[in-house]
Design a protein around this ligand. Sequence first.
Ligand SMILES: Nc1ncnc2c1ncn2[C@@H]1O[C@H](COP(=O)(O)OP(=O)(O)OP(=O)(O)O)[C@@H](O)[C@H]1O
Ligand SMILES: [Mg+2]
Length: 467
Amino acid sequence: MKAGKTYYSCSECGYRTAKWMGKCPTCGAWNTFTEEVAEPEPKAGAPAHALFSSGDNHAVAYDKLEMPTYMRSKTGLGELDRVLGGGLVHGSVVLLSGEPGIGKSTLLMQVSDVLCRSRKVLYVSGEESGGQLKLRAERLGVKGSNLYILTETNLDRVMREVDAIQPEVLIVDSIQTLYSDRLTSAPGSITQVRENALALINRAKGDGISVLLVGHVNKEGGIAGPKVLEHMVDAVLYFEGERQQAYRIIRAIKNRFGSTNEIGVFEMEEHGLREVENPSELLLSGRPHGISGNCAVCTLEGTRPLIAEVQALVTQAPQPAPRRNSNGIDYNRMCLILAVLEKRLGLRFSANDVYLNVIGGLRLDEPATDLAVALALISSLTDRVVPDELIALGELGLSGELRAISGLENRVREAMRLGFTRAVVPARNLEKRKLDLPIELLPVKSIYEALRVLRKTDVPEKMESDE
Ligand SMILES: Nc1ncnc2c1ncn2[C@@H]1O[C@H](COP(=O)(O)OP(=O)(O)OP(=O)(O)O)[C@@H](O)[C@H]1O
Ligand SMILES: [Mg+2]
């Protein structure tokens, strides 16, 4: 494309077109085209922005390849180290993304304070003044003996400082605020973000610098800028949580140096983010007792069991079209569970508004939490309480059958640790392997059976179905 000419590029797949389009013909995404200005072609012989293009690369026989040993630095926050796979790998590039005000800068300032004790750290901020950074750092109790702060948005000037200071860790807050004079597009545009990130990645790989990039999120919650940014970096971390609530979860979406299943849990306090080593206790604190519509569940985040509480509110709908609202549980999953309960148990939700919520802003993605959702819904509809000391586990099939789930023992042990005395579990899980644990296990084959077992084992005014 001729330099200076305007074109439109899809932020999902990078497809370019001269005309704006609503839907991308390549990847099918809607409203992803943004205006760009074509950059001049690089002159022949100019170094390409490719990571390993030294020019004299040759294929190597597999058995001659050396096994790398990754050096890692502890960040001082065990929960973050866990998500990174055991610490920050030297020479790696990590993208940290999250909603505005969630605590990205706070986290990175705390991490800088620990890392700078063993490695030279340069913190580049394009969003806040030195004074603002100092104010936050003082609040967090940062000592920062080997920590350098640069408030700058121009990439070339950042690179000059990197040359002068020779940091071992480079923090860029944020990649969207950086711009390069060599590109004509506006700061934050796809081209700027992609090219500047590439320049930083090349630098990191070349000099063994660990780079932590902050990435803004767009209004859909994805990382703003080109999708390719996520492919370019070694790890993508999402910082999430409800801003009104104190705790935050870090999740790895991608990690070339560790598992993506682990999560880290933090609590935001005046003196910064504090690790929560025992998140289940935090999630259960302030739990209401003896109220209908609540049911406890244990979800697995990686290898880590977390106890959560599902809350349902089923009320008579004032409108002919009832409302359905779900917070922390996939909306379609909720609709599916409602349909199973209507069809298999004959319960009527169609004249009711249904609201679902997971306490503490946690997101329950796995089907193992279906039974708890179903029991919470039935409990609210019938106004019968699910016993507080009971935990429900199991995936619900379309025929109302309960399917086996993974990690049952791990989940039940966590429930026991937190004082639960009874667990409704899928019978199929216990067919092959019996669990010998000091907790009352109630194996059931279907949702229907779950209700029967609950009715039998409970005091009469507790849960009963309308079967
Ligand atoms: N004095 C304070 N006491 C407790 N918490 C505070 C205090 N000041 C700020 N915070 C918390 O820090 C959060 C802001 O953190 P931070 O600036 O690190 O977020 P961020 O993700 O970098 O935001 P942005 O996207 O705007 O850069 C606030 O939302 C608030 O929860
Ligand atoms: Mg910030």
